[in-house]
Write a protein that binds this ligand. Sequence first.
Ligand code: MN
Ligand code: MN
Length: 318
Amino acid sequence: MSDERPVGPVDTTRVPRFAAPPTFALLPRLEDVGGRCDVAVVGVPFDAGTTYRPGARFGPAAVRAGSRLLRPYHPELDVAPFGTVQVADAGDVACTPFAIAEAVPAIADAAGALLERAGALVALGGDHTIALPLLRAVAARHGPVALLHFDAHLDTWDTYFGAAYTHGTPFRRAFEEGLVDVDALCHVGIRGPLYGVDDLVEDARMGFAVVTAADVLREGPDAVAAGLRERVGARPLYVSVDVDALDPAHAPGTGTPEAGGLTSRELLAILRALRGLRLVGGDVVEVAPAYDHAEITAIAAAHVAYDLVSLLALAPGR
Ligand code: MN
Ligand code: MN
């Protein structure tokens, strides 16, 4: 953190929220704060890895629009993140929509370059493919990280139609590349039909624990979070949130919806109970606004991103 006071969002007592420039939470752009910041919010509008409904390339713009109503003080975490650290909107990563094998390293390079100027990134997807290059950039700085992965789906499958890099495979690739700490991996929100029981066997072999959506219902967010905290410990932590961890009632605007998911209240309660962990980065992905209604999904994702920024502002040893 620099000695200067952080530059905060647009003063909404002077400029109406709906009239301000469309950055995340009305924050300054990275170039408006001297090109350096503590936490950068960055869009990754890539969706060529989707298997069902496409459209998450429009996620970053939708989440920024859904973030206009975020205010600067987070009462549950008792932090004003934008006054505690310098947070800025770094715009969107430009990458080809035609070639996944080109886009993945391009995203990793862009994230790595941005981490030269920002202490940590919160990425707005984009489909879940982007978690792999983001983890490459994060692991290059921090080494293998603990991973808490909120999703209806395991995303540890091997290939689809022979393709190794898709939104259903990022965490198997991350495991193979040694980007994650195999003693501290957990999925949260898992539900819905699988191809077979081997999906779970393979996933467990990679070291993942699973907290299902039904577990969240039975145990409650605080007990779930206590288990996650124990698993992560003092390790550097990456949090990846597929918005389809939420029930379609709370996030209809996504590519592969599954019934029986978390409420946004449950998801945010779990995230907030991670306060004090050594978060080093995160993402919220799979917002596909063409299937959204009344910005339900975009607003939920904006709150997730706000909580990730707040947890980063509070993280020790950042
Ligand atoms: Mn998913
Ligand atoms: Mn996913």
